[in-house]
Write a protein that binds this ligand. Sequence first.
Ligand code: G3P
Length: 266
Amino acid sequence: MKLFIDSADIEEIKEAYSYGIIDGITTNPSLIKKAVDKYGKIKIKDYIKKILKIAKNTPVSLEVLSANYKAMVQEANTLYKAFNPVAKNVVIKIPVDPSFGHNDNHFDGVKAIRTLARKKVPVNATLIFTPEQALLAAKAGARYVSPFLGRFDDFIRAMYKMKFKKEDYFPMHGHKAGWNYNGVYSGVDLVAQIVQILENYDTEVLAASIRNVRQLRECALVKADVATVPFKVIKEMVVHKKTEEGMINFTKDIVVEYAEMLRRKR
Ligand code: G3P
């Protein structure tokens, strides 16, 4: 499974890439806002270019802002023309259904994906909450589909009036309780169903809205192609109390001759 960082924070991105295990970046308007709030006035065009250069040969998703077919395609073209030449790694994020619940333009996202895919612009179909939406996006030619698994868990927990913290894993006791929405039992189950449905498509399943390492691991177990995670979760991946304790004990036990031998080699 590929590991993307879900961030528009250039310092986090730099640090995560320095580990040598990051395969791409996803951004969205909220993440861009967070970066602007943190760094104050930034020249957004230069800032994005810097991020694209850090990512080098790995894909970076940039999202459109509008909510109708024509404007989304226009914005996608603007973003792609302005930024893809920098490092040839831009992916355009299009919401699968940008309608805000209005009846007239539910399919504008799917149509925009189709148009861009025909022009060979890689698309990441975002805000996916059902396997059906993923199927439509894949049929339209999306390069990636992004099920928002943490937010799907929020949705089920709110439906069943459960109290929870954003980073809590769900469901603690498997699917036994039967909590589900239309046959989907959790965010990870949403990812699993999409992986199975898209087996014969070129579209990659990009698990998003991941809040803890267990969700991340389960995405790998159900064979998601990609997981995009906040920097905090990347950092949590490497930590275990017993690893730290083991290091302390090994260090205590170092034999002088062994240490001297290594010092001489330096
Ligand atoms: O990639 C989507 C992600 O940024 C949303 O995460 O935790 O706000 O649902 P979250």
